[in-house]
Design a protein around this ligand. Structure first.
Ligand code: NAP
Length: 312
């Protein structure tokens, strides 16, 4: 019988400085969780199995949220393939196995919508995992994340643990990566439009033909889902987290231009890759368990742009 999580439960939040981890940290603090343990990469490199195992043995956590990973957009995924597969497999294997060895009862493992096949039926249901070929540009990252899902499922089946895998769609919010080469498309778009405004430029260039569809979720909604499902008893361990906010990349560009209030043209760099054409998640399962995203694209933009301006 597993002990329920309460406000005094000892929780290890891995990756608390990142986009997703920092939102989860804010939410845990706001909700009154008193015993949340965090470590920067400098303090504890989660790829170091020996140190991770010692850390877990000493701390005796009740629950773990793993938001630590090597993450990036299409360019970073394509260029640093070895880092993406090695770092992610190491981090997640160490955390999952150390959790099992030290009787951690509840875990959230974060994956991504790119674990699903490139030409998947839409909207993508959890059961479509491994039903077709992956997108080549992020295959090593997706393979690492699929290994994490299969590890959680296997430990649940063999050892009776309650390790859940949440598959979020593209996420944005404060503490995102705005580097134009390694970031995801949406923070890059916000930066390009903002800089065009400041530098009085007449146009921005976006990668690919702009016709690919993307679904976006504001990071506070994802943080809410992580804590909701950490506590929730579910039959399923693989659960999609989406928002139903889906548009073509070109339409996001028009949206951001309108919100920032500039008159600029959009140029397309068709030599750059388009990525997967569409990856709309089916979120019926999460909805059936009582969870739904609440923050609209409009509200999310206002929040993220405020935080972008205060840091630029
Ligand atoms: N961003 C998205 O659009 C998106 C979408 C779907 C799913 N996700 C998932 O959400 C999770 C978090 O993503 P994110 O966007 O928040 O990433 P992020 O902003 O890059 O943050 C990653 C965090 O991981 C930590 N980290 C990386 N390598 C580490 C290591 N070797 N040892 C210890 N800590 C390490 C970093 O710590 P330091 O700050 O100390 O370096 C950082 O806090 C990932 O699993 C990702 O797959 C993200």
């Amino acid at each position: 019988m597993q002990k329920k999580i309460n406000k005094n439960s000892k929780i290890f939040l891995a990756g608390h400085n990142g986009l997703v981890g920092s939102a989860i940290y804010r939410k845990l603090k706001f909700d009154g969780y008193k015993n949340v343990v965090v470590k920067t990469k400098k303090e504890l490199d989660l790829r170091d199995q020996k140190r991770v195992f010692l850390f877990f043995k000493k701390k005796k956590f009740h629950a773990v949220i793993n938001a630590a990973a090597t993450v990036g957009g299409i360019h970073a995924n394509n260029k640093y393939k070895a880092d993406f597969i090695y770092n992610n497999i190491s981090i997640q294997s160490n955390i999952i196995h150390a959790s099992y060895l030290n009787n951690v009862e509840h875990m959230i493992f974060l994956g991504s919508s790119c674990v699903y096949p490139k030409n998947s039926k839409q909207p993508i249901k959890e059961k479509y995992l491994l039903s077709g070929e992956l997108e080549k540009t992020n295959e090593p990252y997706a393979i690492a994340k699929i290994a994490g899902i299969k590890m959680c499922e296997s430990y649940n089946s063999q050892y009776g643990t309650n390790y859940k895998c949440l598959m979020p769609t593209n996420t944005y919010g404060p503490n995102d990566n705005y580097d134009l080469l390694t970031s995801h498309f949406y923070p890059a778009l916000i930066r390009k439009v903002h800089e065009a405004k400041i530098n009085k430029k007449k146009n921005i260039t976006i990668w690919g033909n702009g016709k690919s569809y993307r679904e976006l979720i504001y990071v506070d909604d994802l943080a809410d889902a992580c804590i909701y499902f950490l506590k929730k008893k579910t039959k399923h361990s693989l659960i999609n987290i989406g928002s139903n906010e889906e548009r073509r990349i070109i339409d996001y560009a028009k949206f951001v231009i309108k919100k920032v209030g500039v008159k600029i043209k959009i140029k397309l760099d068709k030599k750059k890759p388009n990525g997967t054409f569409r990856k709309k998640l089916d979120t019926n399962l999460a909805n059936k368990y009582g969870w739904k995203a609440k923050i609209s694209l409009d509200q999310g933009f206002d929040k993220v742009y405020r935080s972008f301006l205060s840091n630029s």
